[in-house]
Design a protein around this ligand. Structure first.
Ligand SMILES: Cc1cc2nc3c(=O)[nH]c(=O)nc-3n(C[C@H](O)[C@H](O)[C@H](O)COP(=O)(O)O)c2cc1C
Length: 192
């Protein structure tokens, strides 16, 4: 039986994205953001939606740049911590013992310990209400060589990203096993 429910912002699974920015004083900051995802292939773009209440929101407005850092599951506590406290009160890099490294391409820090990071230049912002969607053009990517596949692309089984179960569980999850090959396994349903 299907039931109708009130509108909810639940998309499963939700990503665990760690947004890196610099403050006007040059202070590096990171925050956890689930409201984000790839927005375009050409030009390559990603969107992240942040509340005005966050320091990161103001940092992006000022620097017009941000990084999207993908933590591996071993950084569970660090990823959650940077989503609980604000850079207004804490030096989150210091507290988590993570290392900020300036991106060579944009005015934003990457998290050295995380397997890979997208370097983004702000190209558009859309005020939607509580959240403003920042659309960044992905101008580069930095990755640990150990997480790359032979095509030099990040491999999900090597990166081991976390998933967030959104408001339905309020918990983080690990990735499961491979199910099948995309753009391929579906062909088995073709009748002719
Ligand atoms: C799992 C998780 C997902 C979150 N997603 C978002 C989000 O998409 N947008 C947002 O504005 N805040 C989100 N937050 C809350 C911010 O990370 C939090 O307010 C943080 O303290 C902001 O840091 P800042 O003030 O240093 O920028 C999320 C927190 C958690 C734990």
């Amino acid at each position: 039986m299907k039931v109708s429910l009130p509108a909810q912002t639940i998309l499963l699974p939700s990503p665990v994205l760690i947004i890196g920015t610099y403050g006007s004083d040059g202070m590096p900051n990171i925050m956890n953001a689930a409201w984000g995802g790839i927005a375009s292939s050409k030009p390559p773009c990603i969107s992240v939606s942040l509340r005005e209440a966050t320091l990161s929101y103001h940092n992006i407005k000022q620097t017009e740049a941000f990084t999207v850092n993908i933590p591996s599951e071993k950084y569970l506590k660090e990823a959650d911590f940077v989503g609980i406290v604000s850079g207004r009160k804490y030096d989150k890099f210091k507290e988590t013992r993570l290392t900020p490294e300036k991106s060579k391409l944009v005015n934003a820090p990457i998290v050295k310990e995380f397997p890979y990071s997208l370097e983004c230049k702000l190209i558009r912002q859309v005020d939607l209400g509580l959240h403003t969607m920042f659309i960044g053009k992905i101008v580069g990517m930095v990755a640990d060589s150990e997480v790359l596949n032979p095509n030099q692309l990040p491999d999900i089984e090597k990166v081991r990203p976390m998933l967030w179960g959104s408001f339905g569980s309020m918990a983080y999850y690990t990735i499961g096993d491979k199910l099948g090959d995309a753009f391929s396994v579906g062909n088995e349903l073709q009748r002719s």
